[in-house]
Ligand binder design. Sequence first.
Ligand code: G3P
Ligand code: CA
Length: 245
Amino acid sequence: MTRTKPMIIAHRGLSGYYPENTLLAFQEALKLPIDAVEFDVRRTKDGMLVVIHDETVDRTTNGSGYVGSFTLDEINKLDAGSWKGEEFAETHIPSLDETLEALDRQSVLVVEIKEPGTELQIIEAVKRYDTLEWINLVSFHANAIASAKKIEPHISCALIGGKSIGASDNTFFDFVHATLGCDANSVMVHYSTLTPKRVHYCHKRFLSVGTWTVDDKNLAERLILMGVDAIASNYPDVMLEAMAA
Ligand code: G3P
Ligand code: CA
């Protein structure tokens, strides 16, 4: 099975140009003809879900400390844009609710569970905004995906694989079986782990193949020829050029 037009996922929004995981980065991504927006979810001290990649706020805000040591109100007040450019100083860390409301079923949303144990709360939010059919829930944590599928069997899910699963065909195939074991319908793997044989191995088992994080046009062209089904990129505009080529 070879697809020539994979889905293009804006990784953390249009994060090559705008502060990652912010409403601004998501809204700018949606101005492109992309298929999906990816973002990361963590929980605050007062149990609210927020959209941020790292376990601390240090890299992407003017604050310091673990996400879990802030209340939603406190974390909302941080400047989440200046690190990327002074013009983004007004940007803040959005809550999951704010994000679901702003994106309002405009594209598929690839929602990464960074902290196992938050899956029930994430699914409840998704249902509150009536966006279940727009969500692809992903995680490095197989237990979080297995639990999400038990909570809501109709949710689309992918298990994420890092570089280490690419050490050999056998480590990759073990990962594929772990994916099947938690009832996910896709793998989302680091591009360095992929070969045509491994893509085919997934497709033979009716698993679609997503890959991250691809910012180089030549690399994207090679992955497209391998038959990947989705590409996550900080520069989805460059990926769209690669597809046109
Ligand atoms: O979708 C997979 C990718 O987002 C995982 O890596 O570190 O960017 O969350 P990371
Ligand atoms: Ca992510």
